[in-house]
Design a protein. Sequence first.
Length: 118
Amino acid sequence: MTRGGLNEDVRPWGRFIVLDEGPGFKVKRIEVAAGKRLSLQSHRHRREQWTVVQGEAVVSLDGVDHRLVPGGSIGIPRQARHRVASAGPEPLVFIEVQTGDYLGEDDITRHEDDFNRT
């Protein structure tokens, strides 16, 4: 789906839009519906930096939970097991900046998933 000239990808937990990308980087706006969470996952080729702009997040990073509110940020190293959940009554919106040598959507290992994806 296209939204304002940008490609929007709808997922069971919400949606994301790629805002910009180039060699070695990609920037996304990610929206997680209230009460939903992404899979527990890891990436072989990229690291991510997440900054919350709306709502509340609980980020699980290698088994440790971190609560983030707007303005809060966290770095996700390569190969770290991580997930994010929308923890408040409104959708969670955060900006994700990916950096690495390969940024394809198939660079994902799902360890747990609420939607039975593999």
